[in-house]
Structure formats: structure tokens, C-alpha cells
Design a protein around this ligand. Sequence first.
Ligand SMILES: Cc1ncc(COP(=O)(O)O)c(C=O)c1O
Length: 336
Amino acid sequence: MKLVDLRSDTVTRPTLPMLEAMMAARVGDDVLGDDPTVIELEQLAADLSGMEAALFMPSGTMANQVAIRCWTEPGDEVIMESGAHPFHYEAGGAAVISGAQIRLIQGERGVFSPETLQAALRGPDDHYAPARLVSVEDTSNRGGGTVWPLATLDAVCAAAQDAGLKVHMDGARVFNAVVASGVPLRRRARGLSSLSFCLSKGLGAPVGSMLCGPKDMIRKARRVRKMLGGGMRQAGYLAAAGHYALTHHVARLAEDHDNARYLYEGLVSLGYEAEVPETNMVYLRSSEARWLVDRLQEAEIACFAVAADRIRMVLHLDVIRQDVDRALQVFAMLRP
Ligand SMILES: Cc1ncc(COP(=O)(O)O)c(C=O)c1O
């Protein structure tokens, strides 16, 4: 039986045309700056985001951490929402790589208001770690795959700018936000200082993320990436997959959103408690989350319990409607 893998949209395998694009790639040595396919991908990312420059990164984690390192000095404070990825899942990197202190603020499903940000800002005082950077996550993973409303995003960027803070977006799944909102990336990114996004999630590339920002920041980011061991040589093979993903797999994210909605509605009709999906993630509430995940696994449906009472299921290009139907059949047998 085929495994229906709902653990993450990171599990996607390259499609045949993507592999063909990788095999046909012209490559050079990107550490020496002459890999034409990497250069082309970086140009495309810069164009799409409306930023001056972009840098190909091995992972979303490195893209976020390099951004934090670029915008802060040791002892500075980075403000982010309580569920944010760099706080929960980046191995304490901000402390080690940047010597930065993370300050958490509370949002609603991963989205916070400008007022909440302003309330967290403290004046200049030697007691405090100076706040330098705000990080927003769009879509918000632990928030439920939620999309930042454009007005809120703009207002948070404006509040940060007024206070002299930079704004980084962890846009690991920002194209899900683009497709769900119908707002182009360059518009969503208008108020940002920098943006990272992943090619290796719903877009289906095997590896890679982009960091976009102003030219001088990206120049610095290139050096920090090298310092962290993230300089890649014939990276054009991977960049070709990323380029293919950006040119062929963005619009189809809508299918994942439809499947998420279909899964959610099926679960609710079976009597499960689930959070309304905005993009490609369905979060289920169950007091027996770990037990349920184990039973699903026995039936070849894979997903994660992200807490004792919360299960996450992620839709992506390797999950088709029939797979969702099969998952729902198993849920029907396990229903509360
Ligand atoms: C919101 C968010 N940011 C960053 C990352 C990190 O990406 P990577 O796994 O490529 O390091 C992830 C990965 O799941 C994520 O969900």
C-alpha cells in the first residue's frame, strides 16, 4: 500500500521534468560566483520578491539564521511570535550564531498586531537588550498554515520601521500565502527588510531556500553563509530544480489548499475537531493525538503529533485526492 505522507510538505520528491531540468543545468562553481544557473535563480528570486538581490541557501533554517546574523550584533533582541520557527525548531541558532536574544510576543494563530509589537518595544535603557529585528512568519506553520492579512503585515512593518527595527519574513511557505491571498509576492514583501522562502516545501524542489534583501545585506549574507559552511560548488543542479519549482509549481499550490479544505471538511463530518485551514495544513485536536498518529501509521498514513493534543497534516504535490480519501477512510474507522 502506498504511504500517504502527510508529515510535511518537505517530503516531496522531484518530478521527472524537474529531474530533467536538473540534468540539463549548466553549472559552474558558485563559491567562485560563476554558476550560471544559480545566478539565474537568484535573479528570478530577486525579481519575484521585488528585492535588490537574492542568495541561494541550502535550507530555510540557514536562510533565517543568516538573516538574523546580518541584521543584529551580539546582545541584540529579535522579536517574533510565540510559535515562530527560529525559536522552536532552529536548534538555538540565534543564540549561537548571532548571540541574539529572542523575545516572544503573543499573536493569534501566528499573526500579531502592530499594537502588540509596539507594546513589546522598550525605550533605550542600559538594562535592556536593544531590539533590532522583528521576524514574521507567512504562512505561520504552528499558527495553522495561516496567511498574514496584508493590512496587518503592512501595519507591523510600518510600526517596526517607525521604531528603527528591521523586518525579516520567514516565508518558508510564502507562496502558499501568495496563492491563497491572490496578492503577488513583491506586494506582500513591500515593507520587509529581508525575506526567506523555501523551494523544498510545497514547491517540490529537493533542496534549497532563497534569502532576498538589499544588495549590501546579501553581500554580507554570502560571507556568513560561507562561514557556516553553506557555500556550495556546482549548486546549479539544485538551483535548476528551484528554478523549475518557481516557474511550474506555484499556481498548483491551490490544489493542496483544496485538498486541505476537503480533508478538514471530511474530518469535521466524521466528528473530529479541526482548525479551519487557510492553506495546505490541517491541524486536528484530539486528547489522544499520539495514539491516533500510531494507529494512522499502521494504516500507512503518516503525520505528526505536534503536541499531546494536536496533530498536523500537510498537503503537497505528492498527495492526490484519492490519498486524502484513503486517509479519511482510516479516520472513519478510528473516529471518536
Ligand atoms: C516556517 C518555517 N521556517 C523555516 C523552516 C526551515 O526550513 P528547512 O527545513 O529548509 O531548514 C521551516 C521548515 O519546516 C518552516 O516550517
